[in-house]
Unconditional design. Structure first.
Length: 673
């Protein structure tokens, strides 16, 4: 049953635009906060996209990975309803940086695909995805892209109302989701405060057929119709406030996130003896996670050569335990991290305007227990300095970015430490061919430091079902990944349509990839993190249209993408397949409706589990009711209407954990001021 707690979603505080065809037009005018110079999507030279609060109302799921998974160029590392990170152009894990309002999530989700990202997509006011020169601001782990989830936990502007808020309840049929959430905002013209809280429960995923794709690997006790051990629950809260002055502001927030969820996949449900007390709520291994974090943000307008300066500080205490069905704790992951960012925007000088700053990260990570695949604690410290510059020219704009980052992984064991300096450079140009057409070119050379698991792993990894051995553990000398990426984009916009297309090519020297050795250890296939040269290339496009100029109720989108990748010896593993999708929407007055179909091609050009083709058909209806100072949004979304056996190729568990079957999600939210 739904718990009697409150939840306010971040999206609820923004008025809903009932005519959904206008949403993507508005996106081009929204400032991308993860860029330093307040550019909109339409003004950026590098590829970017933004999901607004209105789009997130229908697209938000329990994870940021699945929330973004149907956008061009993006998939997810799906590990069930609670663990899923974005996959961008075939890159995932430690090559993608996930931010919470401009600063790292300070978790260990980059080390293993079964680790949850401790943030709640329902609180997002927008989600930004960046590629190109601007990613250099966020460290070597942003080599593949940046995902910034923007919330209002530290208010960005003085309160417009003394008190305002929103409440939401939603649920679905395929996972039995029951979510309730709430948010309150308020203050004066000099102080703003924010409170949010949420609570969620899910049952095991319902599917059509068996979870295990290969009948030869299917446990005899596995039954059709569900993904065993995929249930979970999550809850959290945040409280924050900002004090505003004439030339600046300073704000603070405290938040907590807790979740307990099963490691989805085949297993045997244990039967209890009569009178025996239940020792665990899951039939298989599960994760119990808790994070408490404190965030500080300050900004000051100097008005001289330094126009503005910003400071962001995040400090967290993170722990999660991987627990056996008996209740016995197998492994405890602990991650205490601090991240500091200082960024200054300078006035135009000799035609150049830009930003520079520094980023400092200190991290103490440990995995202790019988299944710790990194056997000793690792202390990591890094210091990066960066600069980003842009210049308007007669043909358009030029962007330049550079970053120098020193990083040390201090392994508290007998293995050799890692201590290197990475240098990354990028240039982007925009050529205005006409008032409606522009072409962009982006070239970057980025260096990425390997993460602790890639270097020091030496043990069984439950999530991947492999015995993993790191580069250093295997006796090799670790090298930095050196990526040379070239991207060409074309943008055409008219009164009733926007068309965007990008092609890219990425050469990566010393790419870190898991390779089977052919042996076994502890009953698991033995793998080693090896370094080989790799190549990725692909393209994505989207055409957004409105039937006629003006107030036509019809709009739509046609989009597609593909990525291919290989090393010197084999195809790369876990790449998303080629996709084509189409969407049509109708909006009139207080309601809107839409339908979409996305075809996922067969994926057989990978060195991992190969997925069959499938087509996801989704539909939604949204109704808005305005009454005095109250606003009601009622929505219904149907997904996977064909009840397909749909599997994410980028997932380590694609062979055992399909996406939910046919699913109906319904919800209502109330906004007031």
């Amino acid at each position: 049953m739904i718990r009697k707690s409150l939840l306010l979603t971040g999206s609820l505080a923004i008025p809903f635009c009932a005519a959904a065809q206008d949403e993507r037009t508005v996106v081009d005018e929204i400032v991308v906060s993860a860029t330093p110079l307040n550019r909109t999507v339409d003004e950026l030279t590098s590829p970017a996209l933004v999901l607004t609060a209105e789009e997130l109302l229908l697209r938000a799921t329990t994870t940021i990975g699945e929330t973004l998974a149907n956008q061009p160029g993006i998939s997810s590392s799906y590990f069930g309803p609670y663990a899923s990170r974005p996959v961008i152009r075939g890159l995932q894990g430690p090559r993608i940086t996930v931010l919470q309002s401009g600063i790292g999530t300070l978790d260990v989700a980059d080390l293993s695909p079964d680790h949850a990202v401790p943030l709640e997509p329902l609180f997002a006011e927008s989600v930004e995805v960046l590629l190109g020169p601007a990613t250099l601001l966020y460290g070597s782990n942003a080599a593949g892209g940046v995902v910034n989830v923007v919330d209002n936990r530290i208010p960005l502007a003085p309160a417009e109302e003394a008190v305002s808020g929103a409440f939401e309840v939603r649920g679905d049929t395929a996972t039995g989701e029951q979510t309730i959430a709430g948010r309150l905002d308020g203050g004066t013209d000099t102080f703003a405060w924010h409170i949010d809280i949420f609570d969620r429960e899910n049952d095991d995923i319902e599917i059509d057929g068996f979870a295990t794709a290969d009948a030869a690997e299917r446990p005899p006790e596995e039954t059709s119709g569900e993904v065993l051990n995929s249930a979970g629950e999550a809850n959290g809260y945040a409280i924050g406030g900002t004090l505003f002055g004439e030339r600046g502001n300073v704000g603070l927030s405290i938040s907590q996130y807790e979740t307990t969820y099963g490691l989805a996949g085949p297993g045997e449900e244990e039967e209890e003896e009569e009178g025996e007390e239940e020792e665990a709520i899951f039939p298989g291994p599960f994760i119990d996670l808790e994070q408490t974090r404190v965030d500080l943000r300050a900004e000051y307008e100097f008005g001289g050569f330094i126009e503005t300066a910003k400071l962001r500080l995040g400090v967290n205490d993170y722990e999660h335990s991987e627990i056996e069905p008996s209740g016995e704790v197998g492994t405890v992951f602990d991650n205490e991290a601090t991240e500091l960012r200082v960024e200054a925007v300078h006035a135009e000088t000799a035609g150049w305007r830009g930003a520079f700053g520094l980023q400092y990260v200190d991290r103490e990570f440990s995995a202790l227990g019988a299944e710790a695949f990194v056997q000793e604690p690792v202390e990591t410290s890094s210091l990066g300095v960066f600069i980003f510059e842009e210049r308007e020219t007669s043909f358009g704009r030029v962007d330049l970015g550079a970053r120098i980052e020193t990083l040390e992984h201090d392994y508290q064991g007998p293995l050799e430490d890692y201590d290197e300096t990475a240098v990354s450079l990028a240039i982007g140009t925009e050529w205005k061919l006409s008032g409606a057409t522009d072409v962009t070119f982006n070239l970057s050379r980025s260096e990425r430091h390997p993460d602790p698991a890639e270097l020091f792993a030496e043990g069984p990894h439950l999530a991947t079902g492999l015995f993993e051995i790191g580069v250093v553990s295997a006796g090799f000398e670790a090298e930095k990944e050196v990526s040379t990426n070239f991207d060409v984009g074309y943008h055409l916009h008219g009164d009733s349509f926007h068309f965007r297309a990008n092609v890219f090519h990425n050469d990566i020297a010393d790419y870190v990839v898991l390779q089977l050795t052919g042996g076994t250890e502890d009953g698991l296939p033995e793998t080693v993190f090896a370094q080989e040269d790799a190549e990725l290339y692909g393209a994505e496009f989207s055409l957004d249209w409105r039937a006629n100029q003006g107030d036509s109720p019809w709009s739509g989108r046609f989009f597609g993408d593909f990525v291919q990748g290989e090393t010197d010896s084999d195809y790369l593993p876990r790449l998303q397949p080629a996709r084509l999708g189409a969407e049509v929407r109708y909006g009139a007055g207080s309601w809107s409706a839409g339908a979409e179909a996305i075809f996922h091609a067969e994926q057989d050009n990978v060195s991992s589990f190969q997925t069959d083709s499938f087509t996801m058909v989704n539909a939604d209806v949204l109704w808005n009711i305005e009454s005095n100072q109250l606003s009601w949004d009622l929505f219904l979304r149907a997904s996977n209407l064909l009840d397909e056996d749909a599997r994410r190729a980028p997932s380590f568990r694609a062979a055992f954990v399909p996406l939910p079957g046919i699913n109906f999600q319904a919800g209502v939210r109330l906004r007031f001021n």
